[in-house]
Design a protein around this ligand. Structure first.
Ligand code: AMP
Length: 429
């Protein structure tokens, strides 16, 4: 199928052509015709499938026929994170460049005054995180009575982040006669309920399951202790041919600590987590995307939807608590058919999370011994590798024992297996 067959107009087709896209992705092929026919749509699709264009292109097409009034936007895209919202806004500009539509990006951590000025001028589309949208609404700065199209993007992430009550509140303020599109990688019962409550006879379109992202990503696991984690990461970085990498931590304070440590080892790193000022978050991401800094140490705020070309590696400094986050994290590499590499550091306290990850992705992760035979890893998870890797860095292919089972796990994990104690993981904030 070609984009021309989807019912899109010339200005939109020209913009797509300028992006260099040859053919629609499966989610675009399936969703765009329904959206253009004003149907509600539930899209089961993860990031990386082209779903943003899947809803943005037909929205531009529909909106191009009218004009917004001051403070009365005509469409609303809800996104769980500021970064993702900013990325959707960029997409909107790219695909809508020939259509003269206006947008307002309403996210926390940025000047509310400026956002209000943009709203006053009139916006065809609002791209917002739920908190900032409600804040502006409650201050009387925005009227939602003219919203004709609502998009709820990354609904599963909204659920993880506790945004479902906010989404319900927002939906209840919108006119009932509207078109609603909901995208989610998974269909948890809470999301199903949301679709039943707020969507009208939606068409369901689905593309490959979230766990299948890993096809182009080689995945490895290294057994470590909480104490030698940094050193082990350092060793992996030395032996791997890393062009650029995301390094994910579960906790914000570890993001800060690890980035400082790596910096002390002369790695060119930057840090990203939800406690940072929005201006630094944006600047950090810009630098990483532009290739000015090759390493981004981050919390899961960067795991979903953030689109950076050709990331060679993803490191899981911690095993994610939510197995779905593993899929999203490693989905930052191996994009667009390129080869990706994902490494995960695992301590003996991570058994439960590791088990959940393995179950979720449906495959065992190769365990690599990077100790070069010297057993300097007291208190590590029971070694499951039998040999020593002595191959040069570029030609990674350590001797590994692919068998990995629960029987090999040490069973002396403390009751707080997450290791968080009272700390709340970064991605819950
Ligand atoms: P998304 O799933 O929306 O995050 O999109 C992932 C990536 O796919 C983005 O870099 C898009 O620019 C790219 N993309 C979207 N649609 C297409 C297409 N039809 N052909 C090639 N690349 C695309």
């Amino acid at each position: 199928m070609k984009f021309e067959d989807l019912g899109l107009s010339k200005p939109v087709l020209d913009a797509i052509n300028d992006c260099g896209y040859d053919t629609p992705t499966p989610i675009q092929e399936k969703a765009i015709p329904h959206i253009l026919m004003s149907r509600d749509v539930v899209g089961l699709a993860q990031t990386g499938t082209g779903k943003t264009a899947g809803f943005t292109l037909p929205m531009i097409e529909i909106l191009a026929g009218g004009r917004a009034k001051a403070r009365m936007p005509r469409s609303l895209i809800l996104s769980p994170t500021r970064e993702l919202a900013a990325q959707i806004a960029e997409n909107f500009d790219t695909y809508g460049k020939n259509c003269n539509l206006s947008k307002a990006l309403l996210i926390g951590g940025s000047s509310m005054e400026k956002q209000i000025q943009i709203l006053d001028r009139g916006a065809d589309v609002l791209i917002a995180t739920p908190g900032r949208l409600l804040d502006l609404f409650e201050r009387g700065k925005i009227l939602l009575t003219d919203i004709k199209i609502l998009v709820i993007d990354e609904a599963d992430r909204m659920l993880d982040m506790g945004f479902i009550p906010d989404i319900e509140k927002i939906c209840s303020k919108l006119p009932p006669m509207r078109q609603t599109l909901l995208f989610s990688a998974t269909m948890a019962p809470e999301i199903k309920k949301l679709t039943e409550k707020f969507l009208s006879n939606p068409r369901e379109v689905a593309v490959s399951k979230p766990a299948s992202t890993a096809i182009t990503v080689e995945q490895f696991q290294v057994n470590v202790t909480p104490k030698n984690k940094n050193d082990m990461l350092h060793k992996i970085l030395q032996r791997e041919d890393v062009k650029n990498a995301f390094i994910f931590c579960n906790r914000k304070r570890d993001v800060d600590a690890l980035s400082k440590w790596l910096h002390s080892k002369r790695y060119d790193v930057c840090a990203l987590h939800g406690d940072m000022a929005q201006s630094s978050r944006t600047e950090t991401l810009r630098k990483f995307k532009a290739g000015e800094v090759p390493f981004l140490v981050c919390s899961d705020v960067a795991a979903r939807g953030i689109d950076v070309d050709a990331v060679s590696h993803v490191f899981n400094y911690d095993v994610p608590v939510n197995p779905d986050d593993y899929v999203h994290r490693i989905g930052r590499t191996g994009r667009a058919g390129q080869k990706g590499h994902a490494w995960m550091l695992v301590t003996k306290y991570d058994d439960k999370q590791l088990e959940a990850v393995v179950k979720h992705i449906g495959k065992v992760i190769e365990v690599v011994d990077i100790n070069d035979g010297k057993n300097d890893s007291k208190g590590e998870r029971s070694p499951v590798t039998s040999s020593v890797n002595k191959k040069p860095a570029q030609k990674k292919k350590p001797l590994v024992d692919k068998k990995q089972g629960k029987d090999k796990y040490s069973d002396d994990a403390p009751s707080d297996v997450s290791g968080f104690g009272d700390e709340i993981p970064a991605f819950f904030k």
